[in-house]
Design a binder for this molecule. Sequence first.
Ligand code: BG6
Length: 487
Amino acid sequence: DAKHLYTIVVLGASGDLAKKKTFPALFGLFKNRYLSRNTRIIGYARTKMDQTSFEGHVSKFIKVKNEEDKAALSRFLSVCSYQSGQYDHDGDFQELEKHIERVEKISGAKERLFYMALPPSVFIPVAACLKKNNYRQDVVTRLIVEKPFGMDLDSSRKLAKELGALFKEEEIYRIDHYLGKEMVKNLMILRFANVIFGSVWNRHSIDNIQITFKEKIGTQGRGGYFDEFGIIRDVMQNHLLQILTLVAMEPPVTLSSEDVRDEKVKVLRFIPPIAKEDILLGQYTKSEDGKEPGYLDDSTVPRGSKTPTYAAATLFIHNERWAGVPFVLKCGKALDQQKTEIRIQFKDVPGSIFTNLSRNEIVIRVQPGEALYVKMMNKEPGLGMKTIISDLDLSYSSRFNSSVIPEAYESLILDALNGDQSNFVRDDELDAAWKIFTPILKTIDEGEIDPIPYALGSRGPEGVSEFVAKYGYTREQQQYVWPQHSE
Ligand code: BG6
């Protein structure tokens, strides 16, 4: 059962993120008894709402499959309450404090988790009000914060400084929800608990690494918001770079959060800023049939915007393990399919006695349909000595079919409740990440790189295959289709 007894306060409770991710994740934890029955959850936002409309808002995205879920939901809602208030009024936060003390009297909770699902503009004012009105020396306090963590190195440092003046680093949990995904969490075990992978995980055996994020949906009315950021800040600088870090880092001394994050920072510091020639940008236009609008057709997007909705970038890690190995990160919205995967392509067999060989690949399918498969050459069964590509396939749906894979947010909120920061982004890690991306983002923001148009629903901008080939990725020589392929 739950180890800690918390009061959880969700700030920005009336917003989209809270509705779609935070409350469903809290419900998942509650239902599976990872939250103590006595936990109390308080929503706080500007919108005025009574208990009934708050309950409607909270349960909107919670899936109820059976009677048991229904009963759990009703118990969950009975521990949730709401209070409206401004984001910069001490008086409102003092009211919140009374509210917290009231529920703590009943629950006996001694720990507080503040979940900040807030727009960046009110982030610091809220943190300041919390510190002033809702912070107790004798109460364990933790703060989960959501991106954007600034727009570039300078703004990120400013934010870190302001937040750092209010809360200690060990109280701050910067969330990157990709770190809560099952297959991302699996990377350390794959690498450091298997001799067969560990010993080939370097430039001597690996030719190139591709990390790909594809999404079918476009910006869908969020264009105005997205336009300030673009796909690099939205997905690449955080989610894909985090995956890269876990793929590339050296083994940590122990699994403690500081040891893990020390290694992550170290590998990031070996990556020089991305060069202009190592980037390709795209922006989606109408679908081929003209039915779905393009990015610039969104009335909230500034006319003529050059903000990328697709980006491919190649990063290099100048250390002994990885020198010369390209890490190609690709991400885009409004594409032909949804998937996130890591593809590790090995070198050609040196001096091969066979012809028509394809390279070995380890493919880690993050989503959808968690899987790991290793592409390998095999003898085609039967007479003769023909080679054929086959695979060692660990598809979770068949191998672990009775396991429930938790939502990323469930996994991370539970870590925060347990005080485990290993899957959260440390301040110096964020700094190192921004150093890699800030110069190229500046060039892009100044409009110096024209995005290549691609139709909504297509495979992406023209030139991506050449871009990837330039960094050594080769397509298989023989026809190969992964049997589980869900396309
Ligand atoms: C978010 C981005 O961080 O991640 C979104 O802001 C993106 O633009 C989302 O759609 C993707 O997350 P997931 O878990 O659906 O792959």
